[in-house]
Every structure is written in structure tokens, then in C-alpha cells.
Design a protein. Structure first.
Lengths: 547, 469
């Protein structure tokens, strides 16, 4: 066993790492509870007591991994996932919340301590107070009302989750822990109403979500082959150390230290090498205190989705562009697929450019088996992908290309550098869906996404992806046209250009799709959130509860 | 009138000289020679035809497509080598380094200058260890708060050419640095000196020749000084990237491509970006050139990254970013000198606001490098169809992780194994500790260059492969 293997694939302190971070609850029903407690001595004592009461009820990585392995084995054996429904809980604390419990927070990076509202403008949110999306309008995490903690309760049964939320809040109240507002997200397939039946795993615009997650390196134990992430793809030695290692087709393995503090991180040019972890105090340039080991930063972003506006935009722009060279017959559905980079089913545009392919979209491995720079045939029976460096099929500003350029070089350098900017997405939609393509919302109900993302550095990962890649018209393309290639037209924001116009170049002639002329320029509107830290078991026990 | 190569950004400095016409003509001749020189391949390599073309004599009619590679002003490597707050990382490259002292990123030594007559070390020459074609000088108030940051991306060759008219040179220095006491003697070598330029080999500067590494340049960021930050490097890189590499198997992706071709600094952000972009155009069948006037340019600053001390958005970034060269009437998409300074009249809590009061990406501005981190750099390349048929040039090298600092790429011969198949324990410690205590941390700007006792390792950032002529 080489030293590099031990660093690259460390045995993770599973009992110390909260289950949602590396395991992913991925339940159909998830409640997100922003919690508040006071800062006076008595309130802090009570908050510590509440955490002590909560600690034994939290869910840790081994439980999630074991559950998922049993489930996979059952399915592989031709059975059904007959596990008893479970309810899982995790907790994270904001900088103000941590600051009430311990004086040892100085070493946290400034971005975390300042919080999401302070980052809002550089994330592209509107800069005018009162304007939808501005922090002053948020329902969670407005300046002066930042939650101290965020609890996630996830389960397989909506009723059980609702019951657990009620019980949880009743149990927290005597400790002085309040929850003025919370959301319960559900997979949209569970809703009735006009949008039903909505396929499983979709977000409100109709697209499959969470398709591409990084493969996480590391082992659950010293036992041979006990990797956290299953290794579906045999690792073939390559003469160049710059080549990535895959866990499954299209899924590149990423060092655990990019998501959890205390483990080795990616080395910029060499995906098979582990570098130093993010420094913890008392090391120079520490990003967190020593007790933050085995913890992870959690970004919560509550995003309202204006589905009719998005669909009206697609219909209008498809109608305007459908007669232009290379875009004959363009439909709203196809334009939507271009802007995402995938069809609604999740099938990647580069593997099925002419239209959606439900079978491909339903195949979790095939949907991820493609690159932008190469068109190799993964041999899974579905059409191969195609190289599209120029963005003529999958636009350079397509959402999936903006946030994960895969095998393309970027303004940050060769492709391996991208691995240091991946995040673990754990979000879930909220609110009832509308039918595909709906341009009206008769009930006016709020709907959107409870975005939840774990990472080891908020500035290098979430903020970098949002501010530097999604919202910059030239990036991440390292060789853009002088006037850029576009801003992510689905999730991106623009508070620089007058009117907030966003655009994206599409098709063989790189025609400009633009929000100019639309009644609204954004269909994803921030309505709250916060920056949190999910501590380890010992940090909770010894530092935050123990004081 | 026949087209000629113009000064970067169409600067009008030569107009002020009594030797105006010769200066323009000789600048044109210099760039013309650089552009038209044929790439000579080292012995043993197959002949290949680069798809580079002379922008003054395009091989095909019609307007070329323009593509503009982009990269960030703060060296990427410093952030990887020194993970944590950007301010702390940027501090490693914020001050000039005397020639002969270790480079903070490379850990190797840039050779000192020597008196040609005595062989003694010639003290004084310095450079800024900012190797992404953007360099800066940070100016502070007496309380240590940053007042302004000067940025430049002017190539040293242009200033070497200005020095043909010493009076013009002095005038421009006085204007740009803001000091009327600057004299010719401050800017020219007083005697014959020799230097083993890490990129150009052994060079000799005669007495009275322009000293690009003079102290006023260090104080005023007049032009680029990092030894690899040159216009010649830009042209050579673009030319060499118009060959196809790898034989028999093509090599098209970095970091393998730049190591195969060895056409630039393998640990930089700019060179692989420029090279791979040019190379991709050639693989698409296009010829590539650089737009006249050839130069390296500041493209933009991120206006949403800044905030006030209370974390509220700072909405006057564009007002702070003042283009100094070219003159306001001449500004197009080519900026070569700028100043970042809060304009008078802006206050916070009743006190005048200064750069050092601001935050950038959530961190208080304590270094110029933090602002360089939100500046996008570019150059302008052009593509025309009709690349000549090519076969791949055999690879020179391949990338390996440096044994002690795996964040750095080290080059080994193509086909050779990387040294060691595991990482030394030092590798995981050095990012946090060892580098922070390297001798450089004691180096002060202006300090006499110290010659290392042990034979110095050669500068590792050799950017451009020097082919025998």
C-alpha cells in the first residue's frame, strides 16, 4: 500500500461525519428547519442542552452507507427496496449560532462568518432593497434574522416526516429553540393536482435533478475494497498521471477533502494524487478551527421558481429563433434542453441531440457517461456522445456545462482543476408542480428548490461556481469570443447589466438567446438561506455542547 | 500605406519623441521579425508546418474570427500552494524579489546579475513574482491601509524600445511613477553586467543600456518584470501552439499538451490556456495569429466581488478602476495600465473610504493580489480557415507531480516514469509549514541580493522552449 493510496483513499472517520454530507439522505421528503436561539447565558445553556438532546438522534455516515448498500443489494438481487421507512436527522450551525456556543470560531473563513446575505450581491442577486431576490425580502436568513442552526429531517414517508417535524419542534421549544418558518420539500412525484403525475426526481421546470454527483474517494474501513463510493469502472493504468479515475461511467473520483475538512484535497493537475487538507488552526492560513475536522460547510439557498415565466421565455425565444440557420423547427422543449444541457428525462443532449430518450434518461450510469471534449462510446447500448468543444450542440453556457465542464479545460486550467470546485448537492423541491410547459399559474402557489450543498470551502466551491462560472458571460470557457458565450440562463443571475439581461449562444450558428424583452429576466429568485457548518460528533459533544 | 505593427494598445508614446518615425518603424520591424521567424525544431524531431500566419499578410480573404483566451491576474499556483484565505496566499507574491533570491512560488532561484568586469554580484535588479502577465504595486497610507494599486501588463520589450530615446524614457517614468526626481542614471545600467536570464539564456547589458529591473519600476509598476512575462513569449507561445503534438497518438489536453510541446510555463494559468485554445483552433483546421497590435491586455474587473466593511455591496467598483494607458480617448478593448483607487468623496461612517477598507470576495483587502484575483486578462487571437496539413510533433515531455510539492507540475521526458510512485511525507506538510518558513519570507524589497551558498537550481518556470537557430 503506497503512501499515496493512504492519502488518496483514507479510511474515513464515519462515526464522526454526519450522514447527509458524504452519504446523501436522498429521501423523497425532507424538512429544512431554520432554528433560532438567544445569546444570553441562560439561553446558551439551554441551546447546549438541546444539542445534547439532539446528538443521539442524529444520523451518521455508517448508517446511511449501510442502508444504501442493503438497498442496492436487494435491488440487484431482483428484489425490492423493502427497508423499513427511516427518518434521518442532521444539524448544521451558522457562524452566529456557533459564536453563541463557543468562542473558538475566529479561524473560520471570512466568507462563512459573514454569511449568505453578505454574499448575495456577489452571487448576482438584486442589489436594490425590496426587489424580489434581495436579502431584505428573504423569508429565511434576512440580515438581522440569521438562523443559528439548520436541521434537516428526511424520510421515506411524508406523514412520518411531518410527524417528526412536529415532534422535533415540540421537543426543541422547552430549550428556547424556535422555528418561525420552515419548509418541507417533497419529490414532485408525490403531488396530485394539475401537474400530476410528475415523474420522480425532477425539479419544477421539469428536468431531472441531481444526475451528476462527484464520486467521493475514501474507505469506510480497512477491509479490502470497502470504498465509500462503489467502483463500477475498473481502474485502467494510464501513462499520464493527469488522467482522472472513474468510479462509474462519467463519474470522476474526487478526494474526500474537497467535501469534509481534515482529509487530503485534489492536486490541481493530478486527479490521482492527494494534496494537503484545507489548513485548520493553528496551521498558517487556517480556514477553520481544529475542531472542525470531519465537518463540512453547508450552503442552503431557498430558491423560488417562476415556472410560467420560464416556459413563456422558452416559447417566445423558440418562436423567434426557429427560422434562423441551424435552428429550424426549434421547440420550447428543445431550447430548454439546450439551456440545461439535458433533456427533461436527464438524457444528455450530447448523446441524443435530436430528442429526448426516456430509456437513456432512466439509466443512471448512461446519463453521466459523456464528455464535452470527447465522443467516446461508453458501450452501454445507447447512442454515443460527441465531442462538442465549440458548444454547437450543448451550448457553452448550458447549466450542466457551466457548473461541471467535465473534460474541458477552463479558465482555471486543465480539466483536473475542475474537481476542486465540485459540490455535493442534497436539495429537494418544495411546492406543488405545474404541468410541463405551463405558462400560467392559476393557483399562484409558491414553488421552488431547497438547494442544499456540502463542501469544504464555500468560497472555492459554491461561491466560485455561482459567481465566477454561472454568472460570468465568458467563463468557464478559456477561449471565449470577445463578447462572451453566455450566462447560465436557468439558475444564473445578473445584477450588472441594466435590466439584468442574460444571454446564451446556441446552435451551429451560435444564435443569441436572450432574456431581453421578457417581462421578468429571472425565473429563479432567491428567497432565503444561509451558510452553515455541519460539525462532527466530537465537535458537537466536546466543543459546542461541552462548551 | 502598408500596414505596420503598432505599439501595444496603439499607445502614442513615440509621438512625443524627436525620433518618432524611427521608433515606429523599428517597433514594426521588431514585431515583424518575431512574427515571421520560422520555428526551428530541435534535432531529431520531425519537421512540421505551423499554422501560424502573419496578421499583416493574412493567407485568406475575409475577416478572421477573433477569440480571446482569458485568465485571472493572480497566479493560480499561489492559491494552490498556499490554500486558505486569498489574502494570505497573495501576500507571498505581493512584493518584488531581488534577483538571486528564491521565487515564492517556484522555490527556485532567479539568477543574480554580475558585474561583467569583476564577476561580483551586481545588486539592485528585482522582479515581481507575478507570472500571469499582470503585475501590480500596492501603495499604502502611513497606517498600512492600502490606498491604491497600480496594474501593468506592458511588455518589457516595448520599454526597452522606448529607451532608444532616453529623454522620452525618463519623461514617461516620471509621469507614471509620479516622481520628478527620476533621472536617466536611475534607469540605465551604470556598467556592463551579465545575467543568466532563465528564459533567454546568457545576456549582457552594456553600460548605458536600459535596466528593466530598476527600482522605479518596482515602485511604480511601469512594465512587466517577471522574467517570463514578455511579448516575445506571447508570440512564441502562439506560434508553437499552432503545431499539432503527439506522434503517433495525438496529445490534445492539458497538462499533457503543454508538457508535450513545452511551449510555456506549465504551472501557470495563462500559458496552458492560450496554448490549448490556439491548438484547438488548429485541430479544427484553422490558421491562427495574434491581432495587431500584439499585446497582453486587462479585459475587465469583477464589479460584484467587492463589499463595504459592513458587508453591504460596494457599487462603485467601476469608478475605482481607472484606465491609465492608453489615454481615455484611445481606450478600446486594449488596456495595459490601470489604477484601482477609491475616488475622492466616497466615505464610510464619515471617514474617507480607501481600498484597504473594502472587502473582496468577503476578505478585507490587504494585498494587491486580491484585486488581481478578480481581474480578467486576455489577448486577441484570430483564426482563418486553411491550416496546412500536419503530422504531430513527437512529445518532448510529460507532466508529473513534483515530489515535494505535488501542486506543482514537473516535467519528465516523454515515456519516462514519474519519479516515485508515492508522495513523500514532506509533500503534505510543505503546503502548510515548510514553504511559509522559506528564506524568502525574510526578503525585503530593496535588500541586497544574496547569492545562495549552494549552487542554485535553475528557475523552474522556463516558459518558452529555446530552439537552436
Amino acid at each position: 500500500m503506497t503512501a499515496n493510496f493512504e492519502q488518496l483513499e483514507p479510511v474515513l472517520d464515519g462515526d464522526e461525519i454526519q450522514g447527509n454530507v458524504l452519504g446523501g439522505f436522498n429521501k423523497d421528503h425532507q424538512a429544512v428547519l431554520p432554528l433560532h436561539f438567544d445569546g444570553d447565558a441562560a439561553a446558551v445553556r439551554a441551546a447546549r442542552a438541546w444539542l445534547a438532546d439532539l446528538l443521539p438522534r442524529l444520523t451518521w455516515l455508517p448508517e446511511v452507507v449501510a442502508y444504501k448498500r442493503r438497498r442496492r443489494q436487494s435491488l440487484a438481487a431482483g428484489g425490492v427496496a423493502d427497508e423499513e421507512p427511516v427518518v434521518w436527522r442532521n444539524v448544521a450551525l451558522s457562524a452566529p449560532g456557533l459564536g453563541k456556543l463557543t468562542p473558538q470560531i475566529d479561524a473560520f473563513e471570512g466568507v462563512f462568518k459573514a454569511g449568505l446575505a453578505a454574499a448575495s450581491f456577489r452571487l448576482g442577486d438584486p442589489g436594490t432593497p425590496g426587489q424580489p431576490g434581495h436579502p431584505s425580502t428573504w423569508v429565511v436568513g434576512r440580515p438581522g434574522a440569521v438562523p443559528d442552526a439548520l436541521v434537516i429531517i428526511a424520510g421515506d414517508d411524508a406523514g412520518e416526516v411531518d410527524a417528526e417535524v412536529s415532534a422535533f419542534l415540540d421537543r426543541a421549544a422547552p430549550f428556547g429553540v424556535s422555528c418561525p418558518f420552515h419548509d418541507v420539500g417533497h419529490d414532485l412525484s408525490h403531488y396530485g393536482g394539475p401537474g400530476a403525475p410528475f415523474p420522480k426526481g425532477r425539479e419544477h421546470f421539469g428536468f431531472k435533478d441531481g444526475v451528476s454527483q462527484p464520486g467521493i474517494r475514501g474507505r469506510m474501513s480497512q477491509a479490502a475494497g470497502d470504498f465509500l463510493t462503489d467502483r463500477i469502472v475498473a481502474d485502467v493504468p494510464h501513462p499520464s498521471p493527469s488522467q482522472p479515475q472513474l468510479s462509474s461511467p462519467g463519474q470522476v473520483l474526487v478526494c474526500a477533502g474537497e467535501f469534509v475538512l481534515g482529509y487530503g484535497r485534489q492536486v490541481a493537475a493530478f486527479p490521482r494524487r492527494a494534496g494537503a487538507p484545507w489548513p485548520l488552526a493553528p496551521e498558517p492560513r487556517a480556514v477553520a478551527p481544529a475542531w472542525a475536522r470531519n465537518g463540512s460547510f453547508l450552503v442552503y439557498r431557498r430558491l423560488r421558481q417562476d415556472v410560467p415565466a420560464f416556459n413563456r421565455f422558452l416559447a417566445a425565444e423558440a418562436g423567434r429563433l426557429c427560422g434562423l440557420p441551424g435552428l429550424a423547427g426549434l421547440t420550447a422543449e428543445t431550447l430548454g434542453a439546450m439551456l440545461i444541457g439535458r433533456w427533461r428525462s436527464g438524457a444528455p443532449l450530447l448523446r441524443t441531440p435530436a430528442g429526448d430518450n426516456q430509456a437513456l434518461g432512466a439509466n443512471g450510469r448512461a446519463t453521466n457517461a459523456f464528455g464535452f471534449a470527447t465522443g467516446e462510446d461508453p458501450g452501454d447500448g445507447f447512442p454515443p456522445g460527441q465531442a462538442d468543444v465549440g458548444g454547437l450542440v450543448c451550448p457553452k453556457a448550458a447549466h450542466i456545462r457551466k457548473v461541471n465542464p467535465r473534460d474541458l479545460p477552463t479558465d482555471q486550467g486543465p480539466p483536473p482543476n475542475t474537481l476542486a470546485h465540485r459540490i455535493l448537492r442534497r436539495g429537494i423541491p418544495f411546492g406543488p408542480p405545474l404541468p410541463f410547459g405551463a405558462t400560467e399559474d392559476p393557483d399562484g402557489q409558491e414553488r421552488g428548490l431547497l438547494f442544499l450543498g456540502y463542501q469544504a470551502s464555500i468560497s472555492a466551491q459554491f461561491e466560485f461556481l455561482a459567481a465566477t462560472w454561472m454568472n460570468d458571460a465568458s467563463k468557464p470557457d478559456p477561449f471565449p469570443r470577445p463578447d462572451g458565450v453566455g450566462i447560465d440562463l436557468v439558475v444564473g443571475q445578473n445584477n450588472v447589466t441594466a435590466g439584468g439581461e442574460r444571454f446564451c449562444l446556441v446552435g451551429p450558428a451560435q444564435q443569441r438567446v436572450t432574456t431581453a424583452g421578457q417581462a421578468v429576466s429571472s425565473w429563479v429568485i432567491p428567497t432565503g438561506g444561509g451558510y452553515f457548518f455541519a460539525p462532527s460528533r466530537s465537535a458537537l459533544r466536546d466543543v459546542l455542547i461541552g462548551g | 500605406m502598408a500596414a505596420t505593427f503598432q505599439p501595444p494598445a496603439n499607445l502614442k508614446d513615440f509621438d512625443r519623441s524627436a525620433s518618432r518615425d524611427p521608433l515606429y518603424a523599428e517597433w514594426d520591424a521588431k514585431i515583424r521579425a518575431d512574427v515571421q521567424s520560422q520555428i526551428q525544431l530541435p534535432n531529431g524531431q520531425v519537421a512540421a508546418t505551423p499554422a501560424f500566419y502573419d496578421p499583416l499578410n493574412p493567407p485568406a480573404a475575409g475577416p478572421p474570427a477573433t477569440a480571446a483566451p482569458e485568465w485571472t491576474g493572480l497566479p493560480r499556483t499561489v492559491k494552490r500552494l498556499f490554500p486558505g484565505p486569498v489574502a494570505a496566499a497573495a501576500a507571498f507574491v505581493d512584493k518584488p524579489v531581488p534577483m538571486g533570491r528564491p521565487d515564492p512560488m517556484q522555490g527556485t532561484y532567479t539568477p543574480p546579475f554580475f558585474d561583467a568586469a569583476t564577476g561580483a554580484v551586481f545588486p539592485g535588479p528585482m522582479y515581481r513574482p507575478q507570472d500571469e502577465y499582470l503585475e501590480w504595486v500596492t501603495r499604502t497610507d502611513p497606517d498600512g491601509t492600502i490606498r491604491e494599486i497600480l496594474f501593468t501588463c506592458e511588455g518589457p520589450e516595448y520599454w526597452d524600445h522606448i529607451a532608444e530615446d532616453a529623454q522620452l524614457l525618463v519623461e514617461l517614468y516620471r509621469e507614471l511613477v509620479g516622481d520628478r526626481t527620476i533621472s536617466k542614471d536611475d534607469l540605465l545600467f551604470p556598467r556592463r553586467v551579465r545575467w543568466d536570464n532563465p528564459n533567454d539564456g546568457k545576456v549582457t547589458f552594456e553600460a548605458g543600456q536600459y535596466n528593466p529591473y530598476n527600482r522605479w519600476n518596482m515602485l511604480g509598476a511601469v512594465h512587466l518584470t517577471q522574467p517570463a512575462n514578455t511579448l516575445g513569449a506571447e508570440i512564441a507561445l502562439a506560434k508553437q501552439a499552432t503545431l499539432l503534438y503527439g506522434n503517433p497518438a495525438p496529445v490534445t489536453a492539458d497538462p499533457d499538451l503543454i508538457c508535450c510541446a513545452e511551449y510555456g510555463g506549465i504551472n501557470r494559468m495563462s500559458d496552458p490556456t492560450i496554448g490549448s485554445g490556439v491548438n484547438a483552433q488548429v485541430r479544427l483546421g484553422n490558421r491562427v495569429s495574434l491581432r495587431n497590435p500584439i499585446g497582453l491586455y486587462v479585459k475587465r474587473i469583477n464589479t460584484t466581488a467587492f463589499s463595504l466593511p459592513d458587508d453591504s455591496p460596494f457599487l462603485h467598483v467601476a469608478d475605482c478602476f481607472e484606465v491609465l494607458r492608453p489615454a481615455p480617448a484611445d481606450v478600446t478593448d486594449m488596456v495595459v495600465r490601470a489604477r484601482f483607487r477609491v475616488p475622492p468623496g466616497l466615505a464610510f461612517n464619515g471617514a474617507p473610504l480607501r481600498v484597504g477598507d473594502l472587502k473582496v470576495n468577503g476578505e478585507k483587502v490587504t494585498t494587491g493580489g486580491q484585486v488581481a484575483d478578480v481581474i480578467t486578462m486576455t489577448l486577441y487571437a484570430q483564426a482563418l480557415p486553411g491550416a496546412p496539413p500536419q503530422r504531430g510533433v513527437p512529445c518532448f515531455g510529460k507532466p508529473c507531480p513534483d515530489r515535494d510539492r505535488p501542486e506543482l507540475i514537473t516535467l519528465v521526458g516523454f515515456g519516462e516514469a514519474c519519479p516515485g510512485d508515492d508522495v513523500s511525507p514532506l509533500a503534505v506538510q510543505i503546503d502548510g509549514h515548510a514553504v511559509a518558513t522559506a528564506p524568502l519570507s525574510h526578503a525585503a524589497p530593496g535588500a541586497l541580493a544574496a547569492v545562495p551558498a549552494a549552487p542554485p537550481r535553475r528557475f523552474a518556470a522556463s516558459r518558452v522552449r529555446r530552439f537552436p537557430s
